[in-house]
Design a protein around this ligand. Structure first.
Ligand code: ATP
Ligand code: MG
Length: 356
């Protein structure tokens, strides 16, 4: 069988490789700094774990390959302007927005969107980085050099944040995981819970929205759609044309993980419906040192990315998929006792959600 190459060798590339192995798919993740010449065959398949990459000999070779799946979609989604234009064109609800064009002022943006306006870098931002709240009462101004590089979004007073992860193959067949509930802290995803019976009534709506995007783009592979839930409405926050952090729970909680689905789709292997096994929760390890105590917690499935630990950096995650609710709560309390103060709101939120 042909080889699959992944543009990017971060944790997502590593987890794709991990998922490819039992499928007997030979998958090689290529570091974006790699400047070597790659030995690509014409029938090899190329995918990416990220939306952008610097030009090197290796990345240029991969990006130019005829079998680079979704080639034109990465750039489209990586720029918030073209991503938002896509949503508008498909009449999909999203936070009202505009490009911050030359000459635009904070006053003009407050007139359009109200007292709080969020500036977001058009590309390259993640984990809430590259964003700035313009606050009318504080007189925040648009920083120098930001014009034409950011979009402005209306502040959404959402009830909570949810996401749906789906997969589509070349024939247009789609499957979706149940909506996941996400808790962000300081703009970083801290905890994901799925599935939740109380979100079930929104499942069809979420699937229809994501399917319309994937169909329009003739997309192949896994895509994630982050949403704000406002009552029974879903507003799309952003899309990820790849496996996504809010889908990591599927490694423990579903018969086919999002990583395996992505490999199956791009290698054109049968997809089949993923069966959800148990109540699942994923806790991101953010700026914390590895702790062997995690391995002793019942049900804990630890993924450590082997990256240097820095504040606010995702360095691993822990999945739990457990049928016994009390055991799950006990394990989460155990985990919380190994984590610092920063986790108190996120873990408190998770314990409360799961105790219901
Ligand atoms: P990611 O880590 O998902 O790549 P990101 O840095 O690309 O994040 P967003 O997902 O756009 O950025 O925003 C990060 C978080 O900021 C959101 O999850 C949400 O909590 C908050 N946020 C974003 N846009 C809005 C908005 N229009 N109104 C209110 N809150 C928002
Ligand atoms: Mg986001």
């Amino acid at each position: 069988m042909s080889r699959v190459w992944v543009l990017g060798a971060g944790q997502l590339g590593a987890m794709l490789k991990h998922a490819a192995q039992p499928l007997a798919v030979d998958l090689v993740a290529v570091d974006i700094e790699d400047d070597s010449h790659l030995d690509l065959a014409t029938d090899d398949i190329i995918t990416a774990e990220r939306e952008q990459w610097p030009a090197t000999q290796a990345t240029d070779q991969l990006a130019a390959h005829d079998n680079f799946v979704n080639r034109d979609i990465f750039g489209l989604v990586a720029d918030r302007v073209t991503q938002k234009q896509l949503l508008d064109r498909l009449h999909l609800p999203t936070a009202p927005w505009q490009l911050v064009a030359s000459g635009q002022s904070a006053v003009g943006l407050h007139a359009a969107y109200g007292a709080r306006v969020l500036l977001k870098q058009r590309s390259g931002g993640f984990d809430g980085r590259g964003q700035l709240w313009l606050q009318q009462d504080k007189g925040t101004v648009i920083p120098d050099g930001w014009h034409n590089k950011v979009i402005a979004e209306q502040a959404i007073g959402f009830d909570e944040e949810v996401s749906v992860v789906g997969v589509r193959n070349r024939a247009g067949e789609c499957y979706f995981y149940p909506l996941a509930l996400n808790h962000h802290q300081d703009g970083i995803l801290a905890v994901t819970i799925a599935p939740l019976a109380r979100l079930q009534h929104l499942q069809n709506k979420a699937e229809t929205m994501l399917a319309s995007i994937m169909d329009d783009l003739d997309y192949v592979g896994v895509m994630a759609m982050e949403c704000f839930r406002v009552g029974d409405d879903l507003l799309i926050n952003e899309l990820a044309p790849r496996v996504h952090n809010s889908g990591h729970w599927t490694q423990a909680g579903a018969s086919i993980s999002q990583f395996e689905y992505h490999v199956r789709a791009i290698a054109d292997l049968p997809l089949g419906p993923a069966v959800v096994k148990q109540q699942s929760i994923m806790v991101n390890l953010i700026g914390v040192d590895y702790n062997h105590k995690w391995l002793a917690i019942p049900g804990a499935e630890v993924f450590w990315y082997g990256k240097e630990v820095r504040p606010a950096r995702k360095v691993g995650h822990i999945n739990f998929a457990m049928g016994d609710r009390q055991q799950l709560l006990n394990s989460l309390q155990c985990l919380q006792s190994t984590l610092g103060e920063w986790y108190t709101p996120a873990m408190g939120w998770a314990l409360q959600e799961l105790a219901q």
